[in-house]
Design a protein around this ligand. Structure first.
Ligand code: NI
Length: 257
């Protein structure tokens, strides 16, 4: 059940059955010569929509909020097309989204994240939301909200499939796993980009600092990965496993006392 494709009376009816919402969150940043710039936002969105479709068919709708598709990407700005927020901007955005939905009665916010660089900022935003409630609304009868962060790429099943399928070639950025999932989700576009040349096959590893340093160390944008191994078939395996695990974790989060 996508918020953007719902009417307001449908949202009101949903809130009589559930106070939970999934918010996909990602980034808009280069993913090497063969990965989409939207990879980190597309992955959680593909999974959230997939879970939603399954639940809709089973008569147990799960609300999916619009994807927060721009995040923390300052170190990718040396590559065309990358877009970043400042941490303070992202925290403000997350707070405004949560407070807007909380006003209507949503209480459990399940952030499904596709970008490691967002983790610190999302957790800081959650702390701001809790502090605002604790400090500013003492005596308020509104129930406190809860936020949780699940990184799809850290699901046990995802890590296991990635390790078995790609081994060390999965890498740290523009990973075989995330590129595979987007190839599964967008097969025509995958056919367009997947043949680009990459030298060396597997990119080097190392630390990153600012965007100029990143471009110097990792000239084609990848870190430690060989995304020539990304396939639609691997993406489908990851899709099915991740949806199952994310669904279980979402249910437990919403049901927790
Ligand atoms: Ni990524």
């Amino acid at each position: 059940m996508r918020l953007q494709l719902s009417t307001w009376p449908e949202v009101e009816t949903y809130l009589t059955q559930s106070k939970g919402v999934i918010i996909p969150v990602g980034s808009t940043e280069q993913h090497g010569p063969t990965g989409f710039i939207g990879t980190d936002a597309l992955c959680p969105e593909i999974l959230a929509y997939g879970l939603s479709e399954q639940r809709q068919a089973a008569g147990k709708p799960v609300m999916i909020a619009p994807t927060l598709s721009i995040g923390m990407a300052q170190h990718h700005l040396g590559f065309a097309g990358s877009v970043t927020l400042r941490p303070s901007t992202m925290m403000a955005m997350v707070q405004d989204v949560v407070n807007s939905l909380a006003k209507h009665g949503f209480e459990r916010f399940f952030f499904l994240n596709g970008h490691g660089g967002n983790i610190a900022t999302l957790n800081a935003a959650f702390s701001e939301i809790y502090a605002e409630h604790s400090l500013g609304r003492a005596g308020d009868n509104r129930p406190p909200v809860r936020c949780t962060l699940v990184n799809w790429f850290e699901c046990d099943s995802v890590m296991q499939i990635s390790a078995e399928t790609f081994g060390d070639d999965d890498g740290a950025h523009a990973t075989c796993g995330e590129v595979s999932l987007t190839y599964f989700g967008f097969q025509k576009d995958a056919a367009r980009v997947k043949g680009a040349e990459m030298t060396p096959g597997r990119a080097g590893d190392g630390p990153i600092f600012d965007c100029d340093d990143y471009r110097r160390r990792f000239p084609d944008g990848r870190i430690g990965s060989d995304p020539r191994k990304a396939t639609i078939e691997a993406g489908e395996l990851l899709y099915n496993a991740a949806i199952e695990e994310i669904g279980r974790r979402y249910d437990a989060f919403v049901a927790a006392g």
